[in-house]
Design a protein around this ligand. Structure first.
Ligand SMILES: *Cc1c(COP(=O)(O)O)cnc(C)c1O
Length: 402
């Protein structure tokens, strides 16, 4: 037993009894609301991590909270062995909002990615006519699609793969942002490309203008599915509902997760046409928890908040304001500030962990991604006062490191 209020004890217990699969900031959160976190000692921090975009709506949004509590009083889990009265409404809201005919509900993001991979291969064999077990999916250097053994086979990062082989075949990696390389990689056996419209974990990498459009056109030309992983970039994060909207493209397969659960519960989904999703027949895919009534009620409310509160517009406005403010603070440590909406990356000439810790000491929680990049991604409900606080803390933090 530990004193549950003592940060040092809690950290020691976690490190003693839990596998060290993360290197978290030593901020022990005890409470959260909106854009704010409080540690066990009652200190307040501005959350610029947002659980990697899973709390776009802000922590404990009252509308999502009410939906979760109301549903918890009725029924929470049924499995898909029977039907439940919440899944249909959730599916309708999701497909209408995203502009697709159908969806498959899953739980975590990586399960939705796995679902998309299965769908693409099925389509490759049954529709495109690829020879049995020969289907290839083109993926991109520096990608992040999750951590299952299937999905890390698609990774180019040694850190995610080292000593976890053998890896499933069927993935071809090309450099992100290079349309000519993509064109060369497409073969008669290619069933799909799997792409992040902005690479979040990869260091907030925004591809060159026109790249996604060209990639989409190449897919059409070569009879290949364009599958967008918008688990991190979707649901308002980049200033539009989906990051693909910036380029005016509609993917054949859209993968969503994270903020779909409104910060309460893991809910993910794969969206596509009825013709594509019709390739799954009973028994071909499933999940005990996918589409459960509690998750469906939460996700329906979470989507409602994104749309009704115009969080994409808020993200565009707040993101522009933050980027402008950050750029006005000159520092030799800063190489580049980039991003879209409230997915902002600050590339430094020093390890980003230093800036992350200097910010934490000034009441801002922001995390390094990829050695030299600090990601600034607050909940989309951030207001002008919180933006001012962020910019002031950033100015002091970069000064302290110079
Ligand atoms: C987080 C993330 C995933 C994996 O989602 P989990 O819920 O952690 O399984 C997949 N793709 C992208 C782009 C992500 O950011």
């Amino acid at each position: 037993m530990v004193n549950s209020h003592n940060a040092a004890d809690l950290i020691a217990l976690e490190d003693r009894r839990g596998a060290h699969t993360y290197k978290p900031l030593d901020l022990v959160v005890a409470r959260a609301e909106g854009v704010w976190l409080w540690d066990v000692d009652g200190n307040r921090y501005l959350d610029c991590i947002s659980a990697y975009s899973a709390v776009n709506q802000g922590h404990r949004h009252p509308r999502i909270d009410a939906a979760m509590r109301a549903q918890a009083d009725r029924v929470t889990l049924t499995s898909r062995a029977v039907r439940n009265d919440r899944l249909p409404g959730f599916l309708e809201r999701l497909t209408d909002a995203c502009g697709f005919e159908m969806a498959v509900p899953m739980n975590t993001g990586v399960e939705a990615v796995e679902t998309a991979i299965k769908l693409a291969r099925r389509w490759g064999y049954r529709v495109k006519g690829i020879a049995h077990d020969r289907a290839e999916i083109v993926v991109f250097s520096n990608n992040f699609h999750g951590r299952t053994t299937g999905v890390i086979a698609a990774s180019s990062q040694d850190e995610y793969k080292r000593d976890f082989g053998p890896f499933a075949p069927g993935f071809v990696t090309v450099p992100y942002g290079d349309a000519d390389a993509l064109e060369r990689a497409l073969s008669p056996n290619t069933c799909a490309i799997l792409i992040e419209p902005i690479q979040g974990e990869g260091g907030v990498i925004v591809p060159p203008d026109g790249y996604l459009k060209r990639a989409w056109a190449l897919c059409k030309e070569h009879d290949v599915l364009f599958m967008a992983d918008e688990i991190q970039t979707g649901l308002g994060r980049t200033g539009t509902l989906f990051a693909c909207d910036h380029d005016g493209i509609t993917p054949d397969v859209l993968i969503v997760g994270k903020a779909l659960g409104g910060g309460y519960y893991p809910v993910s989904a794969v969206l596509a046409s009825a013709a594509l999703l019709g390739l799954f027949e009973p028994g071909s895919h499933g999940s005990t928890f996918g589409g459960n009534p509690l998750g469906s009620a939460i996700a329906e409310a979470a989507l409602g908040v994104v749309l009704d509160e115009r969080l994409a517009e808020k993200s565009r406005y707040a993101g522009a304001k933050i980027v402008q403010g950050l750029r006005a603070i000159a520092s030799p440590l800063v190489k580049e500030i980039r991003g879209r909406g409230l997915l902002i990356g600050i590339e430094l000439t020093v390890p980003a962990r230093h800036l992350s810790e200097a910010l934490l000491a000034r009441g801002v929680a922001a995390k390094d991604t990829h050695e030299n990049v600090l990601r600034i991604a607050p909940p989309l409900v951030i207001d002008d006062d919180a933006i001012a606080l962020l910019l002031k803390a950033y100015e002091e933090a970069v000064l302290s490191l110079s």
